[in-house]
Design a protein around this ligand. Structure first.
Ligand code: 13P
Length: 241
């Protein structure tokens, strides 16, 4: 398993359902990752393209966007954590709000997925986040704590699991919490949930070239989970530089 403690910042490119072969070739030709050992850059393309990255990626890591909660068996269409190993995958996003919302994933599914990943030496990036309605009802902390308590498996620790806080209302909208709100929420996530106090916690939701430096430099933010802006290679190169 990758040693997380050596990194000061972690950047995860979540391509979602975007990209094709020619896009990948152009992207990889242009991607510039500084060989500094301090930044961890993780590219998560659609699963079908994982093998196009295996052995080509230099100075960065390959991540999956999701995985089956099952190990093997009669589960048509599923892909197991174990098979990700064959393609050099070191990280996997689980519990993204789009999976929770459109594919009815619940905290228990997410816990099972994370557990299988850890067993197969892959680091889960477990996503948590509140909706706009929950935020407006002042339920953010309650919602996040519930997700933390119910989606993080008992075997998770600061060495084998990453948390990503993504307010649902900030994803793909261009809206973000203020810098102070992000720092304060990340602080509260740690302090209110002792078992994850020392975990790497990433922020996600409309991270772009204009706001990334300020967000990444916050004391309680260990990196960023980036959607749309990670597809723009020039912008992404500057963010990770
Ligand atoms: P955007 O950066 O496009 O808002 O997406 C965030 C996200 O969902 C990353 O997982």
């Amino acid at each position: 398993m990758i040693k997380l403690s050596k990194f000061s910042s972690i950047f995860v490119a979540n391509w979602k359902l975007n990209g094709n072969l020619s896009f990948i070739n152009q992207y990889l030709d242009s991607l510039k990752v500084n060989p500094s050992q301090l930044n961890c850059v993780i590219i998560c393309p659609p699963t079908i393209y994982l093998n196009n990255f295996n052995s080509i990626l230099k100075n960065c890591y390959l991540g999956s966007q999701d995985i089956s909660k099952f190990e093997s068996g009669a589960y048509t269409g599923e892909i197991s954590s174990k098979s990700l190993n064959d393609f050099g995958v070191k990280f996997c996003i689980v519990g993204h709000s789009e999976r929770r919302q459109y594919f009815n994933e619940n905290n228990n599914d997410i816990k099972n997925k994370a557990s299988k990943l850890i067993k197969n030496n892959i680091i889960p990036i477990i996503c948590i986040g509140e909706s706009l309605k929950q935020k407006n009802e002042n339920k953010t902390i309650e919602v996040l704590s519930y997700q933390i308590n119910n989606s993080i498996p008992s075997e998770s620790n600061q060495h084998n699991t990453i948390i990503a806080y993504e307010p649902i209302w900030a994803i793909g909208t261009g809206l973000t919490p203020t810098i102070d709100e992000i720092e304060n929420l990340h602080y509260l996530i740690r302090k209110n949930n002792i078992k994850i106090e020392n975990f790497k916690i990433l922020y996600g939701g409309s991270v772009n070239l204009q706001n990334s430096r300020e967000i990444i430099n916050l004391t309680n933010v260990d990196g960023a989970l980036i959607g749309g802006a990670s597809l723009k290679i020039d912008e992404f190169n500057q963010m990770i530089a």
